[in-house]
Structure formats: C-alpha cells, structure tokens
Design a protein around this ligand. Structure first.
Ligand SMILES: [Zn+2]
Length: 301
C-alpha cells in the first residue's frame, strides 16, 4: 500500500511499532502513557486558570446572532435569551397592589397559585373549555425550576405563566437584593420554558410592604393580589360554601384566587365557570381583565 504525506510517498514500514512481550508493555508503557496524559491535562488546567483568572467555568451560551429579537406582544414580552432577563421590563408604576381589573369590562380573571400537589384535572378542564387564565408559579421549592414539564403543561392549558417568587418566603422585611433575586430567579425558571414575561408578580400569601412593592415595580412588575378568594386553602371548607362565596362577590374586573393543590379546587372551578359565564361574564386571564387600565405592558413604556 502506498502512503503519501504532503505529496511525498512515505515508507510506512519505518513507523511500525515493534511488538513487545505483554509484561513489558503493561509495566513500562502504560505508566508512561498515564504520566503523559496527566501532565498534558495539568498544563491545560494551569493555562486556562491563568487565562480566565477568577472565572471558574465558562458558561456556554447560544450566539446572540441567532436569537430572535425581544418583542412586546400584546401585554407581555417575548424573549429568547432567558439567561439574563433582569432589566428587560420597563419599570412599573409603584402603586398599591392591584386587587381588581377594569370595572368597565364584564370579565373576571381566574388566577391559580403555587404548583405544589397540582391537581392535573384543573389543567384538563381549563384546556377543554378553552379558558384563558393566569398562573402564579413558584420558581424553586420543586416547582418551575425542577419541573419544566409542569410549566409547559400550565402554559399549554391556556395560562399566562407569571412568577410567584423563587422561594415563596415572606418578602416583607427582606432587603432589595433578596427581593430582586427572588423575582428574577423565578422568572428565569418560567421563561426558560415559555419565552414569555408578563409584568405581574404575586408574593406568598399576597403579603408585601411598601419597600418590596416599590422594588418589584422598579423591576417592571405590578403586584397583583385578588378580589375574592376561593377559600381553597382552608381545610374542611365545603364546595357549596366556596361556590356561593365566589358568586356572591362576583363583579366586573374581579380577580379570583385559587391554588393548584387547593381543597376542592377542581370541583369549584367546574361549577363556577359555567355559572359565571351564564351571568354574562367572560372568564379569562389577568391581562384580559386589566385591559383598558394603566397596568399593562406596551411598547411605548
Ligand atoms: Zn402561594
């Protein structure tokens, strides 16, 4: 067989490895080979340490050139670089927390919180009935970050997926860095699945103080609580009581609070939704009940 290197014919017999007895191969060649490999990798490490200095592991990111541009679509931002979301929303107006949508519109919002022990029948129901609705998912604690399938299922069931902080700790009395980190870590976990950012947040138990409200607004989030609670966190509550309480507090722009792992939540939703619709209301998402108010995201902000 003829072998060529850069056009020159070469004699391969000169490169044949001399066959050695097995014992010699193992005793001498393997340790030498190992030494060479270890030395080479040590050199590589030393070089990368001196080059990158304090940076430990370089983060692999997709090249910016292939990412589509961020854009405001209706009431939310669509983005594709979920590794750095902070600063993407324009500051929201610092107001008191929103507890009701536009009273001029005969619409009510379904909002469902947390994500623990999620009753998946809720998602099937809302999807089948083609209801637009809003979810406030926890970022950590076994929810959005470690369960992207849940985020996807919630989104696919018609929800606008919003953040409910990362840890679900009480935000009152915490410092600015803590609150800001809570918002964006949760948002990253959600947006890495949905590519969407809605300008709304809700804190654990709906509890906030003036400073945390202001800090959320600085980051572009309106604090959204509720008009009426379904009472689905009260052990022993009855479906009749929950249904009557919701219907008794029904009003244009009402925001109704539910939980994915609440008591009777599926049963209550399957009873109240048709009744609310029969009374002439649209059962819908937060963005739909906030239409016509200043609390929506738009291009000019
Ligand atoms: Zn909660």
């Amino acid at each position: 067989m003829q072998h060529y290197y850069k056009g020159m014919r070469i004699d391969t017999t000169a490169f044949r490895v001399m066959k050695l007895p097995r014992t010699i191969t193992r005793a001498v060649f393997l340790p030498v080979l190992l030494l060479v490999v270890v030395a080479a990798s040590a050199c590589g490490r030393a070089e990368s340490t001196s080059l990158h200095n304090s940076i430990s592991i370089p983060r692999i990111t997709r090249p910016a050139a292939i990412l589509p541009k961020d854009r405001v679509v209706g009431d939310h931002l669509v983005t594709f670089d979920e590794t750095n979301l902070a600063g993407k929303l324009p500051p929201a107006r610092p107001v008191q927390a929103i507890t009701r949508g536009n009273p001029e519109l005969k619409r009510v919002a379904i909002t469902i919180d947390d994500g623990w022990n999620a009753d998946m029948r809720i998602l099937e129901l809302l999807k089948e009935w083609e209801i637009k609705w809003t979810a406030f998912l926890i970022g950590g604690r076994g929810i959005a970050e470690s369960n992207p399938d849940l985020v996807r299922a919630v989104r696919d069931a018609g929800a606008e997926v919003c953040n409910h902080t990362y840890s679900h700790y009480v935000m009152s009395g915490k410092d600015n860095a803590f609150v800001v980190d809570e918002l964006w870590r949760a948002q990253e976990a959600i947006t890495s699945v949905t590519h969407e950012i809605y300008p709304y947040t809700r804190f654990s138990g709906g509890a906030y103080d003036d400073t945390s409200l202001q800090w959320a607004a600085d980051q572009g989030f309106w604090m959204v609580n509720w008009t009426v609670s379904s009472g689905d966190t009260s052990k022993g509550v009855t479906v009749d009581f929950q249904v009557n309480n919701i219907l008794g507090n029904l009003q244009p722009g009402a925001i109704i609070l539910f939980h994915f792992g609440g008591y009777n939540t599926y049963e209550v939703l399957s009873r109240v939704i048709p009744e609310i619709q029969r009374r002439g209301y649209e059962v819908t998402s937060l963005s739909r009940v906030l239409e016509g108010t200043p609390f929506v995201l738009n291009e000019s902000e």
